[in-house]
Design a protein around this ligand. Structure first.
Ligand code: SF4
Length: 479
């Protein structure tokens, strides 16, 4: 969407206050993330009142299954586009919306308009609120005269890429866009690019709402994905992430080729960049993926995010995770065999319904066995529509919290030990941004933060850094 809106002539705004369009990309996996959408939308209302021409849209998984609720609760939300809807339809809508918005903005601030008194502005604001989904209606009601010969900057797609792009959305969080005063704005060079290679999921883990919000698996054409990566690398992208709910069940709809072949083709694109992927499902992990990773070390970082969720086979069955801890560990062995210095991260759920002390310690045992560099760990979040919603759960929240504390405390120790092994080593890092006045922030192949003294011209480039000290979440280095 960022690329698409850039192609329409928009620029990304630094803050919501500067934005004409605010698009909120939502995640429904955890209840807390969903709650944040409601409160964030609530906080946007004053902004909409003071600048009624702005547009607020909600996309992603919450938009998929709470569309009507969003429209009912927030009448100033202009569009809600669910994860299962057709992207070209949203693109067409946005292109039209920009034309309308530009008109409304000119009504509010334009030179032809003599200006509104504060009272008129207030009434315009309240008029637009509640009728926001049809801007033309607002204009007609105000009976404002437009001069027809006024020329607006062109905001129609300027390149074929804008209309033929079917690669799905980018993970933007809340992204804010400004319609510029002039057309012809350059697409800013990307340093990171996230490209959907497939969407949906057929796995139906019992705790997960994704199959209900995103639907069944659909893979995008490999030729289009490879071309998209080529374009983004040419535009300056230094890190490409191929994303999907279950990347390694990817299957090219045109040729039937699988994910390792896609990764191989992407890794062979000329350029100085890294390609990552997330997330694979342990059941679908095949050994040839690690062969591809090992053969393309220059481009594919030795990094694997490999979600385990629980170390207990009993809980894995209740979760419908379709693998055992033994099978999972065997696949961890594959990567350690081919890429001995690989960084491995995982997702873990603590306190799934029915989890006993014994089950929890099975998870701890897995953590000790694998020695992850990083874990993303959460207390189970109960989600409506999922099978686990109805599972009996007699474990008090305090017990779950205590288990999570134990897990996270131990992981901090493990990460500190793992990172300490990197001291005095030279590592290649991708420099991300300035951190404070003197420091730069980079990331290693394993996505670990590295802080060092450097100059702005290093940002968005690969540098070799000597690691001097390391903590559990960050390392210090010299160039
Ligand atoms: Fe959800 Fe399981 Fe599919 Fe992952 S694999 S998206 S957790 S249903």
């Amino acid at each position: 969407l960022a690329t698409f809106l850039n192609d329409l002539g928009c620029q990304q705004a630094a803050t919501e206050q500067q934005a004409d369009i605010i698009i909120i990309n939502t995640c429904a996996v955890r209840e807390k993330a969903e709650q944040k959408v409601w409160s964030y939308l609530g906080r946007l209302q004053p902004m909409k009142l003071s600048r009624p021409y702005i547009k607020i849209g909600v996309i992603g998984c919450v938009a998929s299954y709470k569309k009507q609720e969003i429209y009912n609760r927030f009448d100033y939300v202009s569009f809600v586009y669910g994860a299962r809807e057709e992207l070209p339809a949203l693109q067409e809508y946005l292109a039209d919306l920009l034309t309308q918005m530009e008109t409304t903005k000119q009504v509010f601030y334009g030179k032809e308009n003599p200006g509104f008194t504060p009272e008129e502005k207030a009434s315009l604001s309240s008029l637009i609120l509640g009728q926001d989904r049809d801007v033309k209606c607002v204009v007609e009601k105000l009976r404002l005269n437009f001069s027809d010969n006024r020329s607006y900057p062109s905001i129609r797609p300027s390149s074929p890429k804008a209309t033929t792009d079917t690669q799905g959305d980018r993970n933007l969080g809340a992204a804010n866009f400004v319609i510029p005063a002039e057309a012809g704005i350059q697409v800013p060079s990307l340093n990171r690019s996230m490209i959907n290679i497939m969407t949906g999921c057929n796995k139906y883990c019992t705790y997960c709402i994704v199959p209900f919000t995103r639907g069944r698996e659909t893979s995008f054409a490999m030729s289009a994905i490879v071309e998209r990566v080529r374009q983004d690398v040419a535009a300056g992208a230094k890190e490409i992430t191929l994303i999907g709910q279950n990347v390694n069940s990817y299957k090219d709809p045109e040729t039937g080729a699988l994910f390792p072949e896609l990764l191989r083709q992407v890794a062979q694109i000329p350029g100085n960049f890294w390609v990552r992927f997330m997330s694979p499902h342990p059941q679908d992990m095949t050994i040839d993926l690690f062969d591809v990773m090992a053969a393309h070390r220059h481009t594919v970082p030795a990094y694997l995010h490999f979600p385990l969720q629980s170390g207990s086979n009993r809980i894995l069955t209740l979760m419908n995770r379709t693998y055992t801890i033994e099978a999972y560990l065997e696949k961890i062995g594959w990567i350690k065999d081919r890429l001995p210095d690989a960084f491995i991260s995982t997702d873990l759920i603590v306190g799934f319904p029915g989890e006993t002390e014994e089950d929890f310690w099975a998870t701890m045992h897995a953590v000790e066995t694998v020695q992850y560099d990083l874990i993303y760990s959460f207390i189970y979040s109960r989600r409506k529509y999922t099978k686990a919603w109805a599972m009996p759960d007699d474990c008090p929240y305090a017990v779950k919290q205590a288990r999570l504390d134990v897990l996270q405390k131990r992981q901090i120790e493990i990460a500190a030990q793992r990172n300490a092994l990197l001291v005095d080593k030279m590592l290649i890092c991708l420099v991300e941004k300035r951190l404070g006045r003197d420091k730069l922030l980079g990331r290693t192949e394993g996505n670990i933060r590295v802080v060092f003294d450097g100059t702005d011209d290093m940002i968005n480039s690969f540098v070799r850094l000597l690691i001097q000290s390391a903590g559990p979440a960050q390392m210090q280095a010299v160039y």
